[in-house]
Design a binder for this molecule. Structure first.
Ligand code: SF4
Ligand code: SF4
Ligand code: FES
Length: 226
């Protein structure tokens, strides 16, 4: 006797059109289920790449909400659309040409001083990052604190969509993270040594050996390295 599995169907609205879909799916799987082809706005499916920013409203709720489409379950009555890109200003800088990172922040991001402390960026962030604080730290020249606060930023761009000062807080924090790691972070000698070994081809023979292994050989190899 075969047990019949009942799938509960719910109604969602995607870009203004209603669809019946099985309960329990994420926003992205709902997009696929309803025949939408996603060529942008999907990447890792694990909440890491930030490609799947989604704007939504729940049933009978006026509040506009946001999240990452691969991490959110759709609910009955939910209305949503995906916004994989927000046109943020991206100054073109080369780290190796920067001489004074803290002063040059204002060359590349003069608007960084315009923060009005509205907190909209923090409220919208799906990663719960204090991105407003990171911008403030960067403006104060505390790049270590800015980098620390913005470490889990996935560059989804949602903070850009809400900033009333027309800033891209994520880009300012990224500049602080990049320059902090190059100019101020503690250097780790062993890491530098390994990087140099990779560059000089020290591991090439080992890699060739690994690429030539079949599955059984790979298992043996892994055991031998424990
Ligand atoms: S800081 Fe901005 S870009 Fe980064 S995860 Fe939060 S909302 Fe997305
Ligand atoms: S949204 Fe813009 S103006 Fe408001 S706190 Fe964030 S960075 Fe400042
Ligand atoms: S697909 Fe990468 S965070 Fe959603």
């Amino acid at each position: 006797m075969s047990a019949e599995i009942q799938t509960q169907m719910i109604t969602v609205e995607i870009m203004g059109k209603q669809y019946q879909v099985p309960d329990g799916m994420t926003v992205i799987s709902t997009m696929w289920y309803t025949g939408h082809q996603l060529t942008r706005g999907v990447g890792c499916l694990g909440g890491v790449c930030g490609a799947c920013a989604t704007v939504y409203r729940n049933k009978d709720d006026f509040a506009l909400k946001v999240g990452l489409g691969c991490q959110m379950r759709v609910e009955d009555g939910m209305s949503f659309f995906m916004t994989p890109y927000y046109p943020a200003a991206k100054p073109n800088y080369r780290i190796e040409e920067i001489e004074h990172p803290k002063e040059e922040l204002f060359k590349y991001f003069p608007e960084a001083l315009n923060c009005r402390n509205c907190n909209a960026c923090n409220k919208v962030c799906p990663q719960d990052i204090d991105i407003k604080g990171a911008v403030k730290d960067a403006v104060k020249g505390d790049f270590a604190a800015a980098a620390d606060k913005a470490l889990s930023c996935v560059m989804c761009g949602l903070c850009v969509s809400r900033c009333i000062a027309e800033m891209a807080p994520n880009m300012i924090a990224l500049y602080a993270r990049r320059t902090w790691s190059v100019f101020y972070a503690t250097k780790h000698e062993r890491l530098d040594m390994q990087m140099e070994r990779i560059r000089s081809g020290y591991w090439n023979d080992e890699w060739e050996k690994i690429f030539a292994l079949d599955e059984a050989g790979m298992k043996e190899y892994c055991k031998s390295r424990r």
